[in-house]
Each structure stands twice: as structure tokens, then as C-alpha cells.
Design a protein around this ligand. Structure first.
Ligand SMILES: [Zn+2]
Ligand SMILES: [Zn+2]
Length: 92
């Protein structure tokens, strides 16, 4: 999926431009905490953590992303994870 967000400065602050347009960037805020993400994908990965979708059901370790959890299960516990959900989409 192409991302149409163009962000010239990673910090969101353009020095010398006299801008108060910190909000002009297209950001995806997490509704569980204060974090914001530039892409829906990274927000989604982050929110999976809040929703417990990255917690290993076997050793209860929290992974940073769902795909990390999948790798973790495969490598650490030698579990084959069914990939039924290819794409999960969330709409805010
Ligand atoms: Zn959050
Ligand atoms: Zn585990």
C-alpha cells in the first residue's frame, strides 16, 4: 500500500519558517496512550500491544509487533502459527 504522507522534517519542526503548524502533519494518534505515528501501519502495530495481540500465550512475554510474536512462537516455541488473517485493517 503506498503511503501518501510526505514529511520533510522528521521532527515536525521547520526551523526559521515561523510555523505553528505542528498539526499539519498527518499523524495517527494512539487512542490508548499519547503516542502518534506517521503511518497507519505503525500505529496498528503499536496498538496491537495495547490489545494484547503481541503477548505470547505460552510464556506471556510481550513482543513489540504481531509479526515479532509470530516469529517468537515459531522460533522459541516451535509453534506453527496459522496465517488466516493476512491483513487486519482497523478504521478509527
Ligand atoms: Zn499507545
Ligand atoms: Zn513465548
Amino acid at each position: 500500500m503506498p503511503e501518501l504522507v510526505v514529511i520533510p522534517h522528521p521532527k515536525g519542526r521547520v526551523s526559521g519558517a515561523g510555523d505553528d503548524l505542528g498539526q499539519s502533519l498527518l499523524l495517527f494518534p494512539c487512542n490508548y496512550c499519547e503516542r502518534t505515528y506517521r503511518t497507519k501501519h505503525s500505529l496498528d502495530e503499536h496498538r496491537a500491544k495495547h490489545e494484547g495481540r503481541t503477548t505470547c500465550p505460552i510464556c506471556m512475554r510481550v513482543q513489540s509487533t504481531v509479526s515479532h510474536l509470530r516469529n517468537h512462537l515459531r522460533i522459541v516455541h516451535e509453534q506453527d502459527v496459522p496465517q488466516r488473517k493476512r491483513r487486519t485493517k482497523f478504521f478509527i
